[in-house]
Design a protein around this ligand. Structure first.
Ligand code: NAD
Ligand code: WQD
Length: 337
């Protein structure tokens, strides 16, 4: 059984990926400093999988801790989720973001090279496309200047990986550019745990439905889109988790010094107002919302061309927008109780 280190594995996407890895016969090992997650997630993972996932508390940029893990387990791959992701905060504290997001990647890469751990899956983001000139975006769509230090950390990390592979490093690396992950595990036992007031749409929707927030504000309905609100590609987190499994399996058969980038989305664009309407329909609720002004820096519309990941990795999403919004609400209700 292959041992896969998951940095940030107690977080939203990492925890769902741990479940899918176990289902596929991998042995995940989690390192997380719990800066944006809670230790209870590990207990939940045990309930879902029936397995005790080895957990190391600490910074994945701490080489001595990584060395300790490699003494305990022979690692064959790493999935690097650990990062800070609050776009607004990154504009206030850019160094914190560069240090954690870029710094931890550098330490990890050196660790992997030194120990001959071949495979890496890196969490990138559709944020690297900025406001694209053509839609849907393919992996060859030019990346734009980043809107935020957070976005720039993803571009810089991608560039580091490209340079490393050009240097004939023995690693095999895939960057997955996630679109907008939503939803939660179907068990309702794990999901997104935003700290404070959510910035992202769906956690704000579910918290409003739960009465934690009074009202959702739709940031603009006068864009050049079908109903005037922004368009995004919302992907169920379990589908996204599965893409990591497919990526690791694909890397197993590749030569060394290998690098590829894949979009991970559904290939469909949905507007913010469609999300609200679908949420109301699938859950039989009325949401308190109002139309407000545009949010500065918002991308107007973006969705993925997923033909590359469909064809090369054989990955297809299984869940619809309605499924995702049902599972997000189920998770929110469980949190409330
Ligand atoms: P998350 O905050 O839920 O998970 C990240 C986890 O990493 C947290 O558990 C946090 O405690 C941990 N962590 C942070 N820095 C660490 C460090 N130095 N050492 C150890 N642990 C550390 O975020 P997520 O939504 O699961 O995102 C995972 C990755 O996907 C991130 O790299 C993020 O930038 C990227 N991403 C997320 C989205 C999204 O909308 N959620 C979209 C695109 C890309
Ligand atoms: C989606 C849409 C909002 C909240 C962010 C990051 C990006 C990437 C994905 C990591 C937008 C609208 C939102 C609300 C609203 N993450 N909205 N009312 O903008 O695609 O990107 O997450 O890499 O880097 O910036 O996601 O969920 O914030 O917003 O109307 O209360 O919902 O204006 O159109 P976004 P989001």
């Amino acid at each position: 059984m292959k041992n896969i280190l998951i940095t940030g594995g107690a977080g939203y996407i990492g925890s769902h990926t741990a479940v899918e890895l176990i289902k596929a016969g991998f042995n995940p090992i989690i390192i997380d400093d719990l800066s944006n997650s809670q230790q209870t997630v590990l207990e939940r993972l045990r309930e879902i999988t029936g397995k005790e996932i080895p957990f190391y508390f600490g910074d994945c940029g701490d080489r001595s801790l990584l060395n300790k893990i490699s003494e305990d387990f022979e690692l064959s791959g790493v999935i690097h989720f650990a990062a800070f992701k609050a776009v607004g905060e990154s504009t206030q504290e850019p160094l914190k973001y560069y240090k954690n997001n870029v710094g931890s990647l550098l330490v990890l890469l050196e660790f992997m090279e030194d120990l001959g751990i071949p495979d890496l899956v890196f969490s990138s983001s559709c944020t690297v496309y900025g406001q694209p000139d053509t839609l849907p975006v393919t992996e060859d769509t030019p990346r734009k200047e980043a809107e935020s230090p957070y976005g720039n950390t993803k571009k810089v990390c991608e560039d580091i990986l490209v340079d490393l592979i050009k240097s004939k490093s023995g690693l095999r690396i895939i960057s997955l550019r996630y679109f907008n992950p939503i939803g939660a595990h179907l068990s309702g036992k794990i999901g997104e745990l935003p700290s404070g007031v959510p910035n992202n749409l769906v956690p704000f929707v579910t918290q409003t439905a739960a009465g934690i927030r009074e009202k959702l504000t739709v940031f603009g309905d006068d864009y050049d889109t079908p109903d005037g609100s922004c368009v995004r590609d919302f992907i169920h987190v379990v589908d996204l988790a599965d893409a990591h499994v497919k990526a690791l399996e694909f890397l197993e058969n590749k030569p060394t010094s290998f690098y590829e980038v894949f979009n991970v989305g559904t290939g469909n664009g949905n507007t913010v107002l469609e999300v609200i309407q679908t949420f109301e329909e699938v859950n039989g609720l009325k949401l308190n919302y109002e139309i407000g002004s545009r949010r500065p820096g918002d991308v107007v519309k973006i969705w993925a061309d997923t033909s590359k990941i469909n064809k090369v990795l054989g990955w297809y999403p299984q869940y619809s927008l309605a499924d995702s919004l049902r599972d997000s609400w189920n998770w929110e209700k469980n949190l409330k109780n």
